[in-house]
Design a protein around this ligand. Structure first.
Ligand SMILES: [Zn+2]
Ligand SMILES: [Zn+2]
Length: 259
């Protein structure tokens, strides 16, 4: 399978997981037009899309769903706990949705959702093609042991590194929003994310793509340098013990080939 981020930030998130004949969209936080343009640039056929899977109801994950449903009628796979929230947010009719509760098959892929701690019901995903596993987990205030274990043995983990705590604390966000982001139901900081990476490096994960960076409270350089410093301080050598990349907020890539 191949994995490619099309957008990744607090403003909009969309990831493709695909092979020669099937494409799964993970979260649709971009417009249909943008999706069409990006698929064209990747030389991928819109007809190959077999479904959209949705992590949760927030607009940076669902704002393109309604347009996609109207124009193409593509099925939307959503956890039954998120269905009402996504329907309210998108005004899409119920028959467009397929509810999931647990592991399910979608074309050549097997999707295993797992709940994460956020201020609305939210899931991360393990996605398998044959024995190859990748994981996508964003929008979580903290990681339980159970959540981190779900990521073990993934060939690629797309992991949130949302904010630098100092930038957030000293920034312009209202106090209520700051405390929401910093809470256990908010978002992972660079350091929290780095601590997860240390565990993943010890459990057969070779590649991380950091995503969902805040544009107000983080920068790619700060994220990368903070995480690398932390890893080095505990004896994990960045790019040697584990490869690290940062997703582009609005651009395509990088493309990971998992085989
Ligand atoms: Zn989000
Ligand atoms: Zn969210």
């Amino acid at each position: 399978m191949k994995v490619c981020s099309l957008a990744s930030s607090s403003k909009g998130n969309c990831t493709l997981v695909y092979n020669e004949k099937e494409i799964i969209i993970v979260d649709m936080g971009i417009s249909v037009k943008e999706l069409e343009e990006k698929l064209l640039r990747l030389n991928l056929d819109f007809q190959n899309i077999i479904g959209v899977i949705v992590s949760h109801e927030h607009s940076d994950h669902v704002k393109g769903l309604s347009g996609l449903n109207k124009k193409y009628g593509i099925k939307i796979y959503v956890h039954y706990n998120s269905l009402d929230g996504v329907m309210n947010r998108t005004k899409i009719k119920k028959d467009a949705f397929v509810k999931f509760a647990d592991k399910f098959k979608l074309g050549d892929f097997v999707i295993e959702p797992f709940e994460v701690s956020h201020d609305v019901f939210c899931v991360g995903f393990n996605i398998y093609e044959n024995s190859n596993k990748i994981s996508i987990v964003t929008d979580l205030g903290y990681t339980t042991t159970g959540v981190v274990e779900r990521l073990f043995n993934s060939r690629l983990v797309i992991l949130e590194a949302n904010h630098d705590e100092n930038m957030l604390r000293n920034g312009n966000y209202p106090a209520v929003l700051k405390s929401r982001i910093l809470s256990k139901k908010g978002h992972l900081s660079n350091i929290s994310s780095a601590k997860v990476v240390v565990e993943l490096a010890q459990h057969n994960v070779k590649q991380i793509l950091f995503g969902h960076l805040s544009e107000e409270n983080n920068t790619p350089d700060l994220c990368y340098n903070t995480i690398c410093s932390y890893l080095e301080s505990v004896g994990v050598i960045p790019q040697v013990n584990i490869k690290l990349d940062i997703a582009k907020p609005y651009g395509i890539g990088p493309i990971f080939v998992i085989k």
